[in-house]
Unconditional design. Structure first.
Length: 138
């Protein structure tokens, strides 16, 4: 009898079918993963954006001796060279040229003097959240 070497046509067909099924499952899982990734990037949490702004701004106003040079509706400039600006076109808040918050519908800055100290009031509206915070400079 001759020795049989190699694979038969039936086993080759089974290998091809199994590989097609494996590749199909991988493609479906990858598609679902990327679709959910895109949806999660689309949603912006307003509280997270407010928290990001609050951490930058709080750190800024806690420097002793800091003074406000100019305060308008959409920006505030400090004497250390830092400027916070709200851009309606980009719906973002910028610290100098760096965007620190996105998807902000409205942001206003106002300056007052209370008990001899400069006070900045910031109102931020993002999504269903509308928050007003008062910061007192040291």
């Amino acid at each position: 009898m001759k020795s049989q070497k190699g694979i038969t046509l039936i086993s080759l067909t089974i290998y091809v079918i199994v590989m097609a099924i494996v590749i199909g499952v991988i493609a479906i899982v990858t598609g679902v993963f990327f679709k959910s990734l895109q949806q999660s990037n689309f949603y912006t949490d307003p509280i997270a954006e407010y928290t990001a702004f609050n951490s930058y701004f709080s750190e800024e106003v806690n420097h002793s001796g800091l003074k406000i040079l100019n305060c308008e509706d959409n920006y505030v400039a400090f004497d250390n060279g830092i400027v916070y600006t709200f851009s309606e076109e980009n719906q973002g808040i910028y610290r100098n040229q760096v965007k620190i918050c996105k998807d902000i519908e409205e942001c206003t800055f106002s300056e007052t003097i209370k008990n001899g100290k400069q006070v900045v009031e910031v109102r931020i509206k993002a999504g269903s959240q509308d928050r007003t915070t008062t910061y007192t400079l040291k």
